[in-house]
Design a protein around this ligand. Structure first.
Ligand SMILES: Cc1cc2nc3c(=O)[nH]c(=O)nc-3n(C[C@H](O)[C@H](O)[C@H](O)COP(=O)(O)OP(=O)(O)OC[C@H]3O[C@@H](n4cnc5c(N)ncnc54)[C@H](O)[C@@H]3O)c2cc1C
Length: 316
């Protein structure tokens, strides 16, 4: 199959998968894997065995085909029509954690909370903020995840990435050009491993700080709901001194509903799926919020949640 000229889209994808060791599935449902529990299928889902397997597949995949990595899907709305092209999910081959004297080297599929717990057990402070963020390390690097005054930019030494054309590179912190809830990861690149710094401290003190962070979150966020985290980025301070949730609250939108999509009563920068919301309901509610906030305060909110894929019924 790999020697066939890649003339059709399907041939191109099959060419890329020929020789891959990981799992490939066509029309793979994604909705159940997302925190919001919405969204259509991946046209192709690839779960590489390890970084070399991923690099090989990307080096064979024609540059015109869309490809995207997904992590724990805690910051995405996957639209109801699903994702065209190839979706990459890293799992077992990307879940190693190596503890070093002043940091941890962690695979991209490790959950942030697991990394925080390993750091605590090893007596390494500084990574407690990860305990309350429900994503994976890959998503955390991509989004520069942060909380309680710390973020990935403040603890990352380097990240290993596979570029869209299949090259493996190690990038230092500066090369990743982190900003507020974003990174300058090269277009189409996927994070496979990262080194995060920690400072030696008492494991009991670190465990206490983690418990405090978790308790504070339970009080202030709908952490047990079907949600996607902060919907909108906080505005730049020169645009507004108010946070996104305050602007939404002041525009009278707390609890606003569209079908089964609702603005959380607990934290109004969170949207929640009450049970049967579609991606379209959630996205339309978010757009409604943006309009109401602009009318009320003149501030334009920008989505933090990544909205990916095609709306239902639009052609591939
Ligand atoms: C209840 C709740 C609370 C939250 N609290 C916080 C918080 O306090 N602070 C905060 O920053 N965020 C928070 N979030 C949002 C979310 O957890 C973070 O943005 C997280 O870093 C996303 O990681 P993920 O693995 O789920 O990424 P996904 O949601 O799967 O993907 C997010 C983006 O990262 C990209 N991506 C994922 N994996 C990779 C990879 N390996 N390589 C390259 N790109 C990749 C995706 O393509 C997508 O663009 C919260 C979310 C929820 C549901």
């Amino acid at each position: 199959m790999s020697s066939l000229p890649a003339t059709t889209l399907e041939d191109m994808v099959r060419h890329a998968f020929a020789g891959a060791r990981g799992r490939v599935s066509a029309q793979a449902p994604l909705g159940a894997r997302t925190w919001f529990r919405v969204g259509g299928p991946a046209e192709w889902l690839f779960q590489p065995s390890d970084a070399e397997d991923l690099a090989g597949m990307l080096s064979r995949l024609s540059p015109e085909l869309p490809v995207i990595a997904l992590g724990a899907c805690s910051n995405v709305i996957i639209r109801d029509g699903g994702l065209d092209g190839v979706v990459v999910r890293m799992a077992r081959g990307f879940a190693d954690i190596a503890v070093e004297a002043d940091g941890l080297v962690v695979g991209s599929a490790c959950l942030d909370a697991t990394v925080a717990e390993h750091a605590a057990q090893a007596g390494l402070a500084g990574l407690e903020f990860l305990a309350g963020i429900p994503g994976s390390i890959g998503g955390a690097v991509r989004m520069n995840a942060g909380a309680y005054g710390a973020d990935i930019a403040s603890v990352l030494d380097w990240a290993e990435i596979v570029t869209r054309d299949g090259n493996m590179l190690r990038l230092g912190n500066a090369a990743l050009r982190f900003g507020y809830r974003r990174s300058g990861l090269p277009e189409g690149a996927m994070v496979v491993r990262a080194r995060l710094r920690g400072t030696p401290a008492s494991p009991a003190d670190i465990a206490r700080r983690i418990a405090d962070i978790r308790a504070a979150r339970e009080l202030s966020q709908p952490v047990r709901a079907r949600t996607g985290g902060s919907t909108f980025r906080n505005p730049d301070p020169e645009v507004s001194a108010r946070k996104a949730w305050e602007l939404i609250d002041q525009a009278g939108c707390r609890g606003l509903r569209r079908g089964d999509a609702q603005v959380s009563e607990k934290h109004c920068n969170f949207l929640i799926n009450l049970g049967h919301a579609t991606a379209q309901d959630l996205e339309a509610l978010g757009e409604d919020l943006r309009q109401r906030v602009t009318q009320h305060s003149g501030v334009s909110l920008h989505w933090e949640i990544k909205r990916l894929g095609r709306t239902q019924g639009t052609p591939a």
